[in-house]
Design a protein around this ligand. Structure first.
Ligand SMILES: [Ca+2]
Ligand SMILES: [Ca+2]
Ligand SMILES: [Ca+2]
Ligand SMILES: [Ca+2]
Length: 334
């Protein structure tokens, strides 16, 4: 490969990542850049994050206090985006992917044995799945459009994702893992993305913006056939990053409605809005603990992008990552 071509590809990879990240933050359209770079075979890599919690007993006690499960997340500490996992107290960080391209949007299978994600490693954004240790990577989609933001259905048999494959930049599709069939869930001129399943599998919530909606994104939902469309937020500002609680009763999301990005929750019907964080910096990308008692999220409140955890009703915030490498997209296993 000539040097200029290598540099161009690296630049385009950066543009693709930045575009997707901006889209995740809720203030642009995007995700439409395809980059052709061959990927390496992912493996497991131990990484020193600088925040390892000391002796094992103390770490275990801290993790037990926070709750069950593990956290997948997506830092940018290796020159491009990779999928990592860590214990819920921030210890035992492992890198699961190792490619020169971007891996985004980790999503656990309901049994926590597999992780779906999006990558542009084969020349277009596609949905992939790997074992929870980074092995056994398989492509689930393989076509030239942008397929990103996977969300695993509670039955383990379906994955919802965002795609522009019908020519509109953001609709939601559902892939049946048994037969490979892909059904279009939303089909309208508006933009829908960031799907999240209700735990009974009957509904999918997502981020929605009508044509001409500007920055007024909302959290909306349909049933799993795409019918029964309903608004769950109505504030005239950006309401994004929805995640359905494990017991189905609440949905968390990030919103800019109070002049800066904070974490909120609502009942599954949109009632009883509660503001969970009140920090002046950006709090976004919330994900529930499996017991529903905590919410992990991304924030720049310490001057770097890190993963934090807070009680779902609000309160003290605990930092889990050590300030290295733009940590984002936390996903708490079930
Ligand atoms: Ca990568
Ligand atoms: Ca694709
Ligand atoms: Ca709104
Ligand atoms: Ca904030």
């Amino acid at each position: 490969m000539t040097d200029w071509r290598s540099q161009l590809r690296a630049l385009m990879a950066c543009v693709a990542l930045a575009t997707t990240l901006l889209s995740c933050a809720g203030d642009t359209d995007g995700g439409g850049v395809d980059v052709l770079i061959d990927g390496d075979t992912p493996g497991v890599h131990e990484v020193d994050d600088g925040v390892d919690g000391g002796d094992a007993d103390a770490g275990d006690a801290q993790a037990a206090a926070i709750g069950p499960g593990r956290l997948a997340f997506r830092p940018h500490r290796d020159g491009n985006a990779e999928i990592y996992v860590m214990d819920v107290d921030g210890a035992n960080i492992q890198r699961l992917t190792d490619t020169p391209t971007a891996e985004l949007g980790p999503a656990w299978s309901p049994d926590a044995r597999r992780i779906a994600f999006a990558s542009d490693r084969a020349g277009s954004w596609d949905i992939y799945v790997m074992d929870a240790d980074g092995g056994n990577v398989q492509a689930l989609t393989d076509e030239p459009h942008v397929d990103v933001e996977p969300a695993w259905a509670p039955d383990g048999q379906r994955i919802a994702f965002r795609s522009d494959r019908d020519g509109r930049w953001s609709q939601i599709y559902v892939l049946d893992l048994e037969n490979g069939r892909i059904e279009q869930l939303t089909n309208d001129p508006a933009a829908e993305n960031e799907p999240t399943w209700s735990p009974d599998g009957s509904s999918i919530a997502f981020r929605y913006r009508p044509v001409g909606g500007g920055a007024n994104w909302d959290v909306c939902a349909t049933d799993d056939a795409g019918d029964d469309f309903r608004f769950l937020t109505v504030a005239l500002d950006m309401d994004v990053n929805p995640a359905w609680s494990p017991d189905g009763s609440r949905i968390t999301y990030s919103s800019h409605r109070d002049e800066n990005w904070d974490i909120y929750t609502i009942d599954a019907d949109g009632e009883n809005t509660r503001r969970v964080t009140t920090h002046v910096r950006v709090d976004s990308e919330p994900t529930w603990s499996p017991d529903g008692r905590r919410i992990a999220f991304r924030s720049d409140r310490s001057g770097t992008w890190d993963i934090y955890v807070v009680d779902a009703v609000g309160g003290d915030v605990q930092r889990l990552t050590g300030g290295v490498g733009d940590n984002a997209e936390p996903a708490w296993s079930r």
